[in-house]
Design a protein around this ligand. Structure first.
Ligand SMILES: C[S@@+](CC[C@H](N)C(=O)[O-])C[C@H]1O[C@@H](n2cnc3c(N)ncnc32)[C@H](O)[C@@H]1O
Length: 239
């Protein structure tokens, strides 16, 4: 899919490294605590189509046990809890207590509390046993982690997935968009607002394959018409 605003004829390096994240987990938590007040408006405007497409690709079945990493205000988690039905369970983990509070309120209001379990915790060391989940959903979250932490988070996801489990991942993508003006502006902003805007486009597919997954489905969309976002469903390779 062609990137919007690509500069024709400009020769750029084939591949360059993703930007580092200088924000600490405490900075990120503070930013999301502040953002939580307006996050529902932002996600409704920019991310609801992305989430819907990702959940369709993940093809959730009744009775499954699911996990969302970086569950935010719980739009995705509520949809997951509906899809697993009364016999399933949707777990959500997030580092920001304010986000979890809004998530709890949303799922309680929707009458889904008995199917949902929320945990305040860290994606780099998930507080769950091995081979516990049928699917793990990670949307607009992996790109918040610094370069060395991306494989760490994916390794944790792989550990908690059942051998036949699936990862549903949607993240801002650099793959094939190195020449895009949008990418350059985004990365410029990231450099200048690094303490607040920790997310930046990453090599999504390469990270997932390097972490020992095989890709089952892939798609791409431009969130808000601008930001290239890769959607993948992947399965852990047998080790
Ligand atoms: C951009 S929001 C995405 C929320 C949700 N997945 C969605 O699609 O609306 C990223 C979420 O990741 C959470 N987060 C950031 N760093 C985290 C970490 N180290 N461990 C767990 N959650 C984290 C933030 O608090 C925030 O709620």
């Amino acid at each position: 899919m062609p990137s919007p605003w690509r500069i024709e004829g400009v020769v750029l390096p084939e591949k360059s490294d993703i930007l580092r994240v200088t924000a600490t987990p405490e900075d990120i938590e503070k930013s999301y605590a502040a953002l939580s007040r307006i996050y529902s408006v932002l996600e409704g405007r920019f991310e609801s189509k992305l989430r819907q497409r990702m959940l369709n690709m993940l093809d959730i079945r009744e009775g499954e046990r699911l996990l969302e990493v970086g569950t935010g205000t719980g739009c995705g988690l509520a949809a997951m809890a509906r899809a697993v039905g009364k016999t399933g369970k949707a777990h959500g983990i997030d580092i920001t207590p304010e986000m979890l509070r809004l998530c709890r309120r949303r799922t309680e209001k929707a009458g889904l509390a008995s199917r949902v379990e929320l945990t305040e915790g860290e994606a780099r060391s998930l507080p769950y046993g091995a081979r516990k989940f049928d699917a793990v959903h990670v949307v607009s979250t992996l790109e918040l982690f610094d370069t060395a932490d991306i494989p760490r988070v994916l390794e944790e996801v792989r550990r908690v997935l059942k051998p036949q489990g699936r990862l549903g991942l949607a993240s801002l993508s650099r793959e094939g968009h190195e020449g895009s003006i949008v990418l350059r502006i985004y990365e410029w902003l990231h450099r200048h607002l690094a303490r607040y805007a920790s997310c930046r486009p990453i090599y999504v597919e390469r990270s997932v394959v390097e972490a020992g997954f095989s890709i089952l489905k892939r798609d791409e969309m431009f969130v808000g018409g601008l930001f290239a976002t890769k959607l993948l469903v992947a399965a852990p390779c047998a080790s």
